[in-house]
Design a binder for this molecule. Structure first.
Ligand code: KG4
Ligand code: ZN
Length: 376
């Protein structure tokens, strides 16, 4: 039973075989058929909230894979003035905007709060003040409406974004999560069941994009700007290094690459040579992508999977998507990637992850707190 209701294979296909099920649910054929009938018409609709960084986002998601609304209120314009996210400003803006964004998400989905089955919210990792805006709103809604509260891990959300547009995708698979704060290679063994097999030793991939963008004068947000400028540059113009980590073949390191770009810029300046921004952007981007592709596909092969997914803000990079598409195609690996809007921070992905937590029976208490360094 889940939350006092029968569960069935149709409604929660992933639970089948992975969890002990009660006799009542799967005891005998007759009982089984009856359970299927009971559950067939039951939709689970989740109000999902995300506020871990600089997007105030709310979505309404049905059965983990159908997005009824996905509203994102971005603060990028505000933070651009300062060249990066200012945590204090982010927290204040979440508090100012969250009510409106919730109202808009429900209106767009043509649903009322009473139509929801649960409220899911990102509670970490992220900026503590920013997270608290969403967590407090979710707790207040849960307390006032009686809806179950589900705390969701932000990275689990990014991975789950892949389920939204790929109805057939089921674990196990390898997922590369590349965002502003993380670069993880994750073995997705089941819904909510993850093993991190590789991680960055220093900067995250997105962080490297942002720092290099600043160094060549592109400003914030760096990733999309480097993506765009790289199309005009030569990716083989400058031989930037590709780091290998001796102790773990799946780990990453991007700080050496970042330093190499800075050294290159300094040496050009000292010699009075002109810098071609587009060539630097394209060569840096290629160095990042080469390493991400090589490590990821090595992991897919070693674990014997035929499915691979990408997630996180950097996964919206057009050259990275093309490189993985080509590399996976050559090796007969099915390649999954969310649309760019579902790669960067959004609440639809939290609704997807929240659904699988809900189905497992996970419920958070009113003591749910923001955990800035929450581990997967
Ligand atoms: O997942 P995300 O929206 O937020 C975090 O959880 O961190 O990722 C943001 C990161 C930023 O570092 C941003 O520069 C990078 O993703 N990013 C990109 C692109 N779009 C966003 N990096 C490379 N190419 C892009 N098109
Ligand atoms: Zn994120």
């Amino acid at each position: 039973m889940v939350d006092g209701k029968f569960i069935c294979r149709l409604q929660y296909p992933h639970i089948w075989g992975r969890y002990e099920l009660c006799q009542e649910c799967f005891g005998g054929k007759d009982r089984d058929m009856q359970t299927v009938e009971t559950c067939r018409g039951k939709n689970v609709t989740i109000l999902a909230i995300e506020s871990s960084c600089d997007e105030t986002a709310v979505a309404v998601v049905r059965n983990g894979r159908e997005v009824l609304s996905n509203i994102i209120s971005s603060q990028i314009d505000l933070h651009t003035l300062y060249g990066g996210v200012v945590p204090e400003i982010a927290s204040r803006k979440h508090i100012e905007r969250i009510d409106q964004v919730i109202a808009e998400a429900l209106k767009t989905a043509d649903r009322k709060l009473k139509d929801m089955d649960a409220v899911a919210v990102t509670y970490g990792p992220g900026l503590v003040g920013a997270l608290l805006g969403g967590v407090s709103a979710a707790k207040a809604i849960s307390f006032a409406s009686g809806l179950p509260l589900i705390g969701v891990h932000h990275i689990e959300g990014h991975i789950s974004a892949n389920y939204i547009e790929n109805k057939e995708l089921e674990p196990p698979f390898i997922c590369l999560v590349a965002s502003g704060g993380h670069s993880h290679l994750v073995n997705v063994l089941g819904y909510g069941d993850y093993r991190i097999i590789g991680r960055t030793r220093d900067d995250a991939a997105g962080e490297a994009f942002d720092k290099v963008a600043r160094a060549i004068g592109l400003g914030y947000p760096g990733g999309p700007k480097i993506d765009r400028l790289s199309r005009e540059g030569d990716p083989d113009a400058i031989p930037f290094p590709r780091a290998k980590i001796a102790e773990n073949e799946y780990d990453f390191s991007f700080s050496g690459l970042k330093s190499a770009v800075l050294n290159y810029l300094n040496s050009c300046q000292m010699k009075g040579e002109p810098v071609c921004q587009a060539d630097v952007a394209a060569s840096f981007q290629k160095a990042v992508i080469d390493v991400l592709v090589e490590h990821s596909l090595h992991a897919v092969r070693k674990f014997g999977y035929d499915k691979f997914a990408i997630a996180g803000g950097v996964a919206s990079n057009s050259s990275l998507r093309a490189a993985f598409e080509e590399a996976c195609g050559r090796r007969n690996i099915r390649f999954y990637r969310p649309s760019p809007v579902l790669c960067t921070d959004n609440a639809a992905m939290i609704g997807a992850a929240g659904y699988y937590e809900y189905a497992k029976g996970v419920r958070s208490g009113y003591d749910l707190n923001a955990v800035p360094n929450l581990r997967l």
